[in-house]
Design a protein around this ligand. Structure first.
Ligand code: CTP
Length: 402
């Protein structure tokens, strides 16, 4: 998983009581893999669900469970633990624990250290986990709202099957979702208040009900940009051709198939967005007519002739709107990358073109980009697509009018 923003971070992971404690075990391992250090603190109730031994083994550090722990030379674990932490994440955060936070109570180590943390420097994140009735109860909703008003960031909860057998809101997010949200939390919010529209993936142009013309675009770069933009605080709409990729968290996704459908979805949305990033590998042509029934071999040895017609150029159309969003095009080339990217920028009337070598990047997890704007070129050296997407997002943010 590509979460470099967690590398070198020190996280205090608090566990209060709940079946979801098992997910905290996986989260601890994932945080370690992402390069973070984890100090686990458990309430007495959490110890009924998972042992401190397991959490110590996974975090590689002794676990703290009591405010009377004599291991700290000054006997002040509640102070010391947060002074070097980049964040406190309580996962699971039970209804009772959130109630305590809302009241500022401090009768165990975890609630004590939440209260005693330097509030400006050490943020508090909560991942609620409880039965749906407990979550929906006005008292819990009041307490969560109060904790949020006091500065806590609430991650989730999700809806779905619950350990009690009921179905509804209150499930704790999965470890990988918490990892994503925690990583996003640390990203600078350079696109706060901005709306981004992104196209991604290939298009599919039907020849008949079972055949079509498509290309090798995987959609990974566009999905990475959607994630990075969302992490940077933007509201993101992702218009995706046929791809097999999970939707980045908190991103609105609209699935389409053909270039015409992509065009028809994008055009009405474009004017209400600040930025349009066209990463999709849109088919330039489509069969002039798609056969209603499968085209059959007639035994004569004659191959069918498929008449083609041109698809609308989505990027060029958006760029020519009376008040276009800031448009970023992609140029997937097989040769003469910079020359083609420069030409494409002028031809499509867009301020920024991002060039990449198509055959070298399609389907891969890494990429090399060249940014071409009116000032010249700048290369973003080979890196993972999410790292590149984050860099590109910073470059776009820097070019937007304040
Ligand atoms: N694009 C688009 N609609 C199309 C074709 C392309 O929005 N019908 C966008 C792509 O998403 C990309 C940029 O235009 O951002 C350039 O796409 P590319 O296929 O490289 O360029 P073409 O205009 O098709 O030029 P060529 O095929 O000659 O390289």
């Amino acid at each position: 998983m590509d979460t470099p923003q967690l590398a070198g971070r020190h996280i205090v992971l608090g566990l209060s009581g709940g079946v979801a404690c098992f997910k905290a075990a996986e989260l601890t391992r994932e945080l370690g893999r992402a390069g973070a250090t984890v100090q686990v603190v458990m309430t007495e109730a959490a110890e009924a669900f998972i042992t401190a031994v397991t959490m110590q083994a996974l975090s590689g550090r002794p676990v703290f469970t009591s405010q009377w722990d004599a291991r700290e030379p000054n006997n002040m674990a509640h102070i010391n633990l947060t002074r070097t932490a980049d964040a406190v994440l309580v996962a699971p955060a039970s209804a009772d624990f959130i109630a305590k936070l809302a009241q500022g109570r401090a009768d165990d180590l975890l609630s004590l250290l939440c209260l005693a943390r330097p509030i400006e420097r050490c943020p508090l994140l909560l991942a609620p986990a409880m039965n749906r009735e407990m979550w929906a109860h006005p008292a819990t909703q009041r307490n969560v709202a109060q904790a949020a008003a006091d500065g806590a960031t609430v991650l989730g909860p999700a809806a779905g099957d619950q350990a009690c057998g009921e179905v509804g809101d209150g499930r704790m997010l999965e470890a990988t979702e918490l990892l994503d949200d925690l990583g996003a939390f640390f990203q600078p919010k350079v696109l706060a208040g901005r709306r981004l529209l992104i196209t991604a993936g290939p298009t599919y142009e039907a020849i008949d009900p079972v055949r079509g013309i498509t290309n090798l675009s995987s959609g990974k770069m566009g999905f990475a940009i959607a994630q990075a933009a969302r992490e940077a605080g933007a509201e993101v709409t992702l218009v995706a051709g046929p791809v097999h990729l999970p939707t980045p968290r908190h991103v609105r996704r609209i699935d389409v198939r053909s270039a015409q459908q992509m065009h028809d979805v994008v055009l009405p949305l474009a004017a209400s967005h600040d930025v349009f990033v066209a990463t999709a590998a849109v088919a330039d042509w489509r069969p002039a007519a798609s056969a209603e029934q499968k085209i059959k071999k007639d035994g004569s040895g004659q191959v069918p002739t498929i008449a083609m017609t041109e698809n609308p150029d989505i990027l060029a159309t958006v760029a020519r709107l009376p008040q276009p969003p800031y448009c970023v095009g992609f140029a997937a080339e097989s040769h003469d990358l910079v020359r083609h990217a420069r030409e494409k920028r002028l031809r499509k009337h867009v301020p920024l073109i991002v060039g990449n070598l198509g055959p070298a990047t399609f389907g891969r997890d890494d990429n090399t980009l060249v940014l071409v704007d009116a000032q010249g070129e700048r290369e973003l050296p080979t890196a993972g697509k999410l790292s590149l997407a984050r860099e590109l997002v910073r470059e776009i943010a820097a070019r937007l009018a304040p």
